[in-house]
Design a protein around this ligand. Sequence first.
Ligand code: GLY
Ligand code: MN
Ligand code: MN
Length: 434
Amino acid sequence: MAKLSNTLYQSRRNQLMESVTQGSVVVLRTGGLCTRNNDCEYEFRPNSNFFYLSGFPESDAYLMIDGHGRSHLFSLPKDMEKEQWEGFRYGDDAAEEFGIDEVKTLASLDESALAMLDGADKIVFPFADEIVRDKVNSWRSTLVKRARAGAIAPAAFQDLAPILAEMRVIKSEEEISLMEKAAQISVLAHRAAMRIVQPNMMEYQLEAELNYQFMKSGSRQLAYNNIVASGSNACTLHYISNQDEIRNGELILIDAGCELGFYASDITRTFPANGQFNDAQAALYQVVLDAYYAGFEKLRVGEAYESSHNAAVEVITAGLLKLGLLKGELSSLIESKAYRDFYMHNTGHWIGLDVHDVGAYKIDGKSRPLQAGMVLTLEPGIYVSKDNMNVESKWRGIGIRIEDDIVITDTEPYVLTHGLPKEIADIEALMSKH
Ligand code: GLY
Ligand code: MN
Ligand code: MN
């Protein structure tokens, strides 16, 4: 599996401990297995914050960092009989494998936590995690009850989530290089899908090509459910049933990205089932592409995060006005958000360990300035409902989105998903090669 270096996890833990006050103890956990049906479980995927600080991929584990900055992992113990059925566990070897200071079994968590928290000033944990919250409350109550025996319970709690969100929003070079690998596998898969699509295929048959290419190229997981949406299905933003037949003359919107080393990629392309855009499809597509370029220009250090969205909205509204889907005056259509009938989502989001990654978009109520090392998607779109009787019939049921993953740098924005055509002529040229 693609793996970042242990020193990176150590330096993240150090950075975290530097940003909390001395005498703080950090607690977080990864997830458990989820039932799919009866005794079948979904494949496990670690909690992103937990993985970010530990690199430890197993389920059912806690990580604590004590007041001296030492890391303690509590995990399922080695158990040959269980491992025979459920698979390998690191057990104590996790210390060396992941550079953790101490590894203990999950069963010893309560006792160790009480010892670590006795005399600590503050417990830093994810407030949204009810299981950790209950644990922390019960540990604190126990220490309060032991006061006469000399125990000192921590007096304060702090939410871990916003601290880690701020750390995670800026990516290191190692992370960016792993994300580029994920992005390039996804590019291969999208290229393959464009080349093999045929009218009358089922959407899931085209999806099979994506999955095949992801796995063949080294990615075992998806970053999110594949969207393979033909015709008006593309107007359902999170269409994942992928069960319709692809018809001649329709566009297909594919929004699919693999995960590599638990880092996401997220790409959308929209292309014609028969390899040729018709005039209405091409006209709307060009508006979305122009919006992409307008948004791209704003992806510079110091620009407000929302500038890129605003630039895309202006181009989309102007385009819809020119083509007659909207009527009125440009500035008032933007002001009244009239474009939202056709463009109802944002133009991007942070991306990293989570496809919709953590990190504030506003600071003190204002859109935050972009910084080098931020990674985000740029994904303008236009969606004309098949039931929209206010527009000419030729526009109805067309859904288009174009999405790339982009790193903010001190110079030009860097497109991680490079090498995948988005110009009409380039898509048609790629699709004509069999
Ligand atoms: N694939 C989810 C998104 O584009 O945000
Ligand atoms: Mn996206
Ligand atoms: Mn997407």
